[in-house]
Design a protein around this ligand. Sequence first.
Ligand code: PEP
Ligand code: MG
Length: 609
Amino acid sequence: MDGSQTILYFQIHYLLTIKRIKSYFYLITNHFSLSKEITYKGVPASPGISIGKAFIYTRSSFEIDSQILHESELEKELQEFDHAIELSKKELAKIRTLSYEKIGESGSLIFDAQLEILNDKFFFSKVSQRIHTEKRTASYVFDDEISKLGQILADSKDEYFRDRINDLKDIRNRVIRNLKKEKLVSKVEENSIIIGHELSPADTILFSKRKVQGYASDKGGLTSHAAIISRALRVPAVVGMKDISKKITTGDFIIIDGLTGSIIVNPSEATLLAYEKKLEELKEYEKKLREILYLPSETTDNKPIGLSANIEFDEEIDFIINTGHCGIGLYRTEHLFLEAGDFPSEERQIEEYTNIANVTYPNTVTIRTYDIGGDKLLPRSEKENNPFLGWRGIRICLDRVDIFKEQLSALLRSSREKNIKIMFPMISSVTEVIRAKEILNEVRNDLDGKNIGYDRNIQIGIMIEVPSAYFLADELAREVDFFSVGTNDLIQYLLAVDRGNEYISNLFLEFHPAVVRALKKISDSAHRNNISISVCGEMASNPLATAVLVGFGIDELSVSPSVFPEIKQIIRKINYGEAKVLCDEILKKSTEKEIKSMAEDYYMNKIKN
Ligand code: PEP
Ligand code: MG
């Protein structure tokens, strides 16, 4: 096994035991003689191997049937409409119960509101009447009436009512899906491998509850949020497969290999045996790496390099508990918004932040304020033409001060153990930082007025992920206690390469000269101003980049838990003095190819051997 293989091998999660592979042999014996093995390639997005049945997920954008009905069809249409409404109510009631169990009363109110609309007799008698008189299909009239309601809400001056448009959209999709007799998304078969055209972060989370064994999609790039979530959930994923969702059908027997970015349909006996062997090797390798967890994270010439984990979901907290000695360099809070379908209450947040602070104690946890927008859900229904350049991250928080204050208050109130740091995302100007700090001060004053305790020396940091922040690094460094570089966005914005677009994933280059030079400048600015700098973007989890980041003086790497031991092992083999020399040479190069090959050479000569 060569170096890069071993790294990735470690990341593979043993989703399938050998015993299970053997039982599959039995199940598909006949299958071998009938079907030919075909391999499709995509972008490996989350390592891991799973073998199982495919489930094709179609996020239905339902066509509205606009034809005029014949008199004799009306009765049936009305019956089907009633049936669809009843089904939708049942679904919502179930979701409401589930949500109550998971997130309590406040998070479930959104479903109550939706149920209320479905119980509105006046509204539905109007729809039925129109179906009758205009002889239009139920989907046509229902869609039209919902759009009218949506328009009234959109015109409302009250923000609360404007926000309810999302509820209407959900209802519309649910009822129309039921009219079309389409399956409910969450009814995917347990243990299946989901194949879709495009998977949103919400789909990915929703499916995870069904013990999904893997994700593959036509669209998406390595750093799209759905890909990050798959990695966080430790589920293998392959994205950017162009038209895989058309080539595979539900029930097909497949292997998803998140290491090589392949999907193998109808694997032969030999292929299955090869995977059996791979899994055995992986188990051995993982055992060896576990030992390294307890050794210090420092270079051979004794420079300590902070190593922490990026955490996005409750499921990942186990990693912190199990390792017991690692901080969190990036705690994303967007999942709270996704789960609740709205901004969570301050109490719910306090529960979450206090728990994560306790679990991480005595290490620190850097909690990032909401970075909603971009490819993550937005708290309003209108689509933006350029969401990544749109209403996102700190911009939303500075516009919705009420929401921002609740989050800051929850963070402060959870900070009594003094191990929480607060981080603001998507900062593009000094003014934004000053304003965010002003709001934080107002929250502090409120808490002081109520005699509520909190960490008075709480550290405040920002993410450096927008090119303007790179240019303003010195000024920004004077305003905060730390920087954390979000390479996923920094690269996207610096190189004008959409991080989620599979057609240009070959242009998303971590070793592009502009990227490495930016890292050097940001690191120098941080140190010149005596603040610390970490990297929490996916580049920190790339074993080839470790020596480069260390050589540029990055103090801390916050990485995906799945690569944590591997990156620790690499840090322990790096000589800081040598890494600095490597970086001096790298800065003289003007092409990505040269820089990458220098990083590869260092890796092959100094780490692997
Ligand atoms: C980044 O941009 O690198 C980052 C860590 O933030 P996110 O991926 O959540 O946008
Ligand atoms: Mg980012």
